[in-house]
Design a protein around this ligand. Structure first.
Ligand code: ZN
Ligand code: ZN
Length: 348
């Protein structure tokens, strides 16, 4: 890679995308992990990983969103996003469908069946050469790329996640939830933050895999657990200090893990909306400074938590029960972004 890279694994785990905002390129890496369906069980195959020959070029690639058999790439300094087919990429080919994003902005696009949900920029404001316009809402595009209905209000839209068949977006006024709907396409609903909540809003979201819920930030030092089917969808969780990263445990859907800037790793029980235990796992990493300064990031794999520790050139492996370090993986340079791919399956 040519500098800072944000990593995103595809839904299948067969490909990892490295979006390099400054180098205007997204590289695709074959992980070498392969699953095949054998009826009552899955087989897993493990081959060498490799940098794939295809790459995606565009001005300032930003958010990469995996979904089913494809990935959606967003370019902040262009008026386009691209829906790319994973199987083609693995064969060294590019098959893509373009999405018109109207005007350059730091946005995101997500597919919901054939329709596409895409952030809408404010097209009325004048922006300086090095600035991008704010986001004002969400647009729904049909399978021909035509906008359906009006833009749904979502001030400063940032953060998206899919859980079951719902897609959620963070906004200043609440979390906007889109459902597949019927023949008329997706239906969106704003879940306003409760009146009694402190000042804050959601800009990062994660979606449950085995349970339908969303976990989002609420400002720097709080989280919200969101159940869109509930009359009162929000439960607020206070953190000891500002969060550095948080992640869900797909194999153990009750658990989320949060690293805070004091170096503490906390286990959140999603059902109880409570931090049930915590322990110090790294030195403090302040959130002050540039957002891109190397700080730890989390991933979950094989019942263990992996934490990058850029200051020590290590990946620390933590047991989620005891919160004790079980081993470390030395790496060159400053490990930062991390994703986990793989799973279990038979080999026979
Ligand atoms: Zn088999
Ligand atoms: Zn962003």
């Amino acid at each position: 890679v040519q500098g800072y890279s944000a990593l995103t694994a595809s839904a299948s785990g067969r490909t990892v995308f490295a979006a390099q905002a400054e180098a205007n390129v997204i590289n695709a890496i074959k992980t070498g992990i392969n699953f095949s369906d054998h009826g009552d069980h899955q087989d897993v195959g493990v081959e060498e990983s490799a940098l794939l020959p295809v790459k995606f070029e565009g001005q300032r690639p930003g958010h990469v969103v995996p979904h089913d058999d494809h990935v959606i790439l967003f370019y902040d300094r262009e008026d386009k996003a691209e829906i790319v087919d994973e199987a083609a990429i693995l064969e060294g080919k590019i098959e893509k469908r373009a999405v018109d994003t109207i005007k350059a902005h730091h946005g995101v696009a997500v597919t919901l069946g054939r329709p596409v949900l895409v952030s809408g920029p404010n097209t009325d404001v004048e922006t300086k050469a090095d600035e991008l316009p704010p986001r004002v809402g969400l647009r729904i595009l049909d399978d021909k790329g035509e906008q359906v209905g009006d833009i749904a209000k979502c001030t400063d839209l940032h953060g998206e996640a899919t859980s079951a068949r719902l897609v959620a977006f963070g906004c200043k006024e609440g979390v906007l939830v889109a459902r597949p709907g019927g023949a008329d396409g997706p239906v969106v609903e704003m879940l306003p933050y409760p009146a009694g909540f402190p000042k804050g809003y959601t800009g990062t979201l994660l979606g449950g895999k085995a349970m339908q819920f969303f976990l989002g930030n609420y400002g720097d030092d709080k989280l919200v657990i969101i159940d869109p089917e509930e009359k009162e969808p929000y439960r607020l969780v206070e953190l000891p200090t500002r969060r550095v990263d948080f992640v869900l445990d797909n194999a153990n859907p009750r658990n989320a893990y949060i690293l805070t800037e004091d170096g503490n790793l906390s286990v959140l029980d999603i059902l109880r909306a409570e931090i049930v235990r915590h322990a110090k796992v790294t030195e403090p990493y302040s959130k002050d400074g540039h957002w891109r300064d190397p700080r730890p990031r989390l991933a979950v794999a094989d019942g263990q938590i992996a934490i990058t520790d850029p200051r020590h050139s290590l990946v620390r492996i933590i047991d989620p029960q005891s919160l004790k370090e079980v081993r470390t993986v030395p790496v060159e340079g400053q490990p930062f972004s991390i994703v986990a791919v793989g799973g279990s399956g038979a080999t026979h």
